[in-house]
Design a protein around this ligand. Structure first.
Ligand code: GAR
Length: 200
């Protein structure tokens, strides 16, 4: 697996994936880090690890062809979205059908969709009164958070949780779940049948 990780923020999931690769736990190469903004914290993490970085700029008409060139030149065959805040264009989904996954900080299909990202998700979870939340890894399709679910892990919502304390506990679970999901793909143990994904 020749992986590109796309991120917009601090990049703690990028770091967890890189750590899993460098420790030998995840049989993959980290070919490219794609950042949606020049001030994303993930860029510094990638630089520290000497992973090539590509920063998107301009309108989608500008960045999409450049991105496709980068992915092709670096022989990327799998993409992991890790806190990436741009919609993936349908043409990219088509080129990488079933080879783009995302991590979402809640138990989909609840608390997903447009506007449901980062802290917004945890605030909505707390406001709903639900006692369980978690993290979901899913395949990316043409809409927000609707692709087939690959793996989930749950986290208790505690009575005195704030959005921040809950986010930290969910993030901790994400850092284990995401490398584990990627490992299943890297080892060809994922079977996709319509909306049902089975891990062999
Ligand atoms: C993570 O919690 C991830 O699940 C979330 O953004 C955070 C990125 O953190 N993604 C979404 O909300 C996507 N809808 P990180 O930059 O430290 O990996």
């Amino acid at each position: 697996m020749n992986l590109a990780v796309f991120a917009s923020g601090g990049g703690s999931n990028f770091q967890a994936i890189a750590d899993a690769i460098f420790s030998g736990e995840l049989p993959a190469s980290l070919a490219l880090c794609v950042a949606s903004r020049p001030d994303a914290g993930v860029i510094e993490r990638a630089n520290r690890l000497s992973i090539p970085v590509h920063v998107l700029s301009g309108s989608q008409d500008d960045w999409l062809p450049q991105l496709l060139t980068q992915l092709s030149e670096r022989n990327v065959d799998f993409i992991a979205l890790a806190g990436f805040m741009k919609m993936i264009p349908s043409s990219l989904v088509a080129v990488f059908r079933h080879r783009i996954i995302n991590i979402h900080p809640a138990l989909l299909p609840d608390f997903g969709g447009k506007g449901m990202y980062g802290m917004n998700v945890h605030r909505a979870v707390i406001a709903s009164g639900t006692k369980k939340t978690g993290a979901t890894v899913h395949l990316v399709d043409e809409q927000y958070d609707t692709g087939p679910i690959v793996m989930q892990a749950s986290v208790d919502v505690l009575p005195d949780d704030t959005a921040e304390s809950l986010a930290a506990r969910v993030l901790d679970v994400e850092h284990r779940l995401y490398p584990s999901a990627l490992k299943s793909f890297a080892e060809n143990r994922v079977n996709i049948d319509g909306s049902i994904v089975s891990i062999l």
